[in-house]
Design a binder for this molecule. Structure first.
Ligand code: PLP
Length: 366
């Protein structure tokens, strides 16, 4: 149906047009594990980045804290803190399984509170960035119980929800916070919020569009008030709604399934190189990256040594890796490798350079 110029050109609701909210509700209800998403609880904005900024602005005063498990996506330090004055409170997890526990949540909260920081929320990324893993029911259940007990928000960043490609064993699954609430017979209520966007699963990071799902009316009011700073153009919203609506959703579901297959192929190729070289890594099943442990190649076993290795890999192997320090990793030597958009011949070239560079150090051949 042709759109009227008036529909595109005039001001509209800053938190998104009804058509996009309806299409997102149908899409998420079909693909997020059974929760019935309602368009009325949606706040759309030009990406997860502005939604995080708005969320922190509306829930935190200067100096308030938001807990989040480590290692975390380095962009959060900008998105949550730069404009709002909020602080990130790292909840430390470590190799080999990097799991969030009830005891870890309590310790992080108590330490912050004792130091005089008012804790306002817990930010979970599931599937995780940088690990490329999924959180299990036990972790999510502990997080939900904890935020309900202490009365803080839980923001679940589920931007990689449909990039779970699994492994050969096929054991991993994505469990949305919304799904777990449904299974427990609980509403999301005022404290639990789910964020999703087009940047990752849809490979549309330049389009700038995302949604926060929240049943909290006060949060809606507050975020709606500042929505005009971050709204998506009507033209983009209609285009995205069209993508989601095509063939009743079957078209986009098919595309996402194909993309998951592509991710699986990429990961299989990348991890085969790691195995061949004897490089330790966290087996991943989701997202666009894998964390590898290059500690054996550090000239000195320190964070400075990590920076030097990052520089050497950049200069001699021609690859940009995210250092673990930026993600608040528990020890030096870990790097996030984004492998999703590199042709497989590119890996062959990179790993050949890597072997040549580090062979003298006893690495590169295991
Ligand atoms: C976990 C996570 N959240 C949010 C973002 C930002 O998303 P957007 O492009 O929608 O601003 C990223 C981008 O890398 C991300 O990895």
């Amino acid at each position: 149906m042709p759109l009227l110029l008036a529909e595109l050109a005039a001001y509209g609701a800053p938190d998104g047009i009804q058509r996009l909210k309806d299409a997102l509700a149908a899409h998420m209800s079909r693909n997020f594990g059974g929760f019935e998403f309602s368009p009325q609880h949606m706040i759309c904005a030009a990406g997860c980045t502005p939604l995080l900024d708005m969320f922190a602005f509306c829930t935190c005063d200067d100096g308030d804290g938001i807990m989040l498990p480590t290692p975390y996506y380095p962009g959060f330090a900008i998105e949550v803190c730069y404009k709002t004055g909020a602080k990130l409170l790292p909840l430390h997890t470590a190799a080999p399984d990097f799991r969030v526990t009830a005891a870890g949540l309590r310790e992080c909260y108590d330490n912050a509170t004792k130091a005089g920081t008012r804790v306002r929320g817990l930010l979970l990324t599931n599937p995780t960035n940088p690990l490329g893993t999924t959180m299990n029911r036990e972790e999510l259940g502990a997080a939900i119980d904890f935020v309900r007990e202490v009365g803080i928000h839980l923001l679940a960043d589920e931007v990689y929800a449909q990039s779970v490609y699994g492994t050969a064993e096929g054991a991993e699954e994505f469990v949305s916070v919304s799904t777990l609430c449904k299974e427990r017979g609980e509403p999301l209520g005022d404290q639990l919020h789910v964020m999703y966007g087009f940047s990752k699963d849809f490979c549309m990071s330049g389009i700038r569009a995302a949604v926060l799902y929240s049943e909290n009316a006060a949060l809606h009011g507050a975020m709606g008030n500042i929505g005009y700073f971050n709204c998506i153009s009507h033209q983009t919203q209609h285009t995205l709604a069209g993508v989601l609506e095509k063939d009743g959703g079957a078209a986009i579901d098919g595309v996402l399934s194909t993309l998951r297959g592509d991710l699986r192929d990429q990961y299989t190729c990348f991890s085969a190189h790691l195995e061949r070289l004897g490089i330790a890594y966290v087996p991943s099943c989701a997202g666009l990256f894998t964390c590898v442990n290059l500690r054996q190649y550090l000239e000195e076993d320190s964070w400075e040594g990590e920076v030097k290795l990052q520089q050497r890999v950049f200069e001699e192997c021609k690859a940009v890796l995210t250092p673990g320090a930026d993600c608040k990793m528990h020890e030096p030597g870990w790097f996030r490798c984004c492998w999703a958009s590199i042709p497989q011949a590119g890996y062959d070239a990179f790993f050949a350079r890597f072997e040549a560079t580090f062979a003298a150090q006893g690495g590169g051949g295991g």
